[in-house]
Design a binder for this molecule. Sequence first.
Ligand code: BES
Ligand code: ZN
Ligand code: ZN
Length: 498
Amino acid sequence: MTTYEDLEDTTHTDCLVIPILENDTIEAQIPSYCDGIKKTVDSLVVTKDFEGKPLQQTVLYGAHSQHKRILLIGLGKEEDITTETWKQTVGASIRTAQEKKSSTIAMHIPSHIITRFGDSIAAKETVIAAHTATYSFDTHKEEGAQTTRVETIYLYKNNTTDETVWQRGIDTGIHIAESVNLARHLGNTPPSDMTPASLAQEAQKLGEVFPSLLVKVLEKSEIEKLGMGCLLGVSQGSVLEPKFIIMEYLQGNKEDTPMVFVGKGITFDSGGLSLKPDPYIRDMKFDMLGAATVLGIMRAAAALGLKQNIIGLVPTCENMPSGSSYRPDDILRAMNGKTVLIQNTDAEGRLILADALSYASKYTPKHVIDFATLTGACVVALGNERSGIFTKDDTMSSNLQAAAEKSGEKLWRLPLGKEYTEAVKCEVADVKNIGGVGGARYAGASTAAAFLEYFTDYPWTHIDLSCSSYGEKGKPWIRGGANGFGVQTIITYLQTLE
Ligand code: BES
Ligand code: ZN
Ligand code: ZN
């Protein structure tokens, strides 16, 4: 694991990163411990090869006796800097240094960044950006082709006011980023390895590492006893048995009702008998990213020692076509007694969530938030940068959107409403698993959310993270694959309650 240390006068590294604002004072922004490179920088200014534009990068070789490379990275204009742009700058520079085989990296943190964000946030966000940038999923590649491991990142800062606050910021950042990277790793692992049983095992491992986290896994027989007919129905086409993961973190006051997080854990979504055609079947290993987010949240809560009562629930199974699969026209009964007519076996996420949301009732929760890669319709509506948030609780909606903004994640509110609730009503059962708006073609994200609402009897929010929780290509500051969407937003939100 990458460690973080102070940059000392005597430190030698493979690469020193210097962020530079876009203005006329590029030479003046070169720190005094790098005086020797001012002349080289002069020529960059004259040729306009480097102007400090956002994420613009130039590498200098042989310019400093202690640092093998110097990477100048543009920060853009000072007035446009936000936590998000700062994190992108840090992440992009760390990725570049790492791709140039640097295993020790020094990061110069300009004093205006510390003045702008304060010690705690500057330290925390810098570490989160660096730590998530170094993560790569390459365990299946041959040794020489793997990404260079970053051993140490040395941070330079000259105007911190409080060392303890700074260090606490770093520790918090590591806990959050490790949890984000855990969620990414669970998601990136191929579906043959990340099965319902392995996901359950990962949760149990967390329980061993963090004694404050009580983890229980319900097996098929217990799922049957509880009457979770929808989870059983979806799982019956797979040779793999379903699991129901319960994670309890009770570190708040005894009398405080808990926050409950629920995550969709379909370890592979083939669509079932309503089989997905290529290319839509690709990437369906990511259909457990809601579950990964919940494991990430629970890990971070325990690592940070939050003083709250928090529950994580994950229904997990595989959605496969076979002679034993559930079929269109079947009627399933959820744990809360409601019956569901199956019209499309590819609308399976809402079914396993129906049972998990019913189960959540037993905690008389303060609020339940579910995370699910639930609908392609949400991707059509919002693209790949924002996830959809559905709730009738205006305060929760704006609090979560604010927390997302602070964390560099994006949420956009989409509607719940009577027309969607009506659209999933059914003649032969209580509800059906696809909405009837525009012959089931319209408002798919909202009819899915409205379906879930039938299984809630407490304050509730649904986050459809089909849109922004994974990407093929990645960004300059984060590699492709799963990105851990939601972990940081929720931790930021929970920390505001402390
Ligand atoms: N897992 C998918 C949703 C999805 C699609 C996530 C694309 C990420 C990217 C979900 O189970 C699904 O297949 N939903 C169907 C619902 C439809 C049959 C009503 C969909 O969105 O097409
Ligand atoms: Zn599906
Ligand atoms: Zn799915």
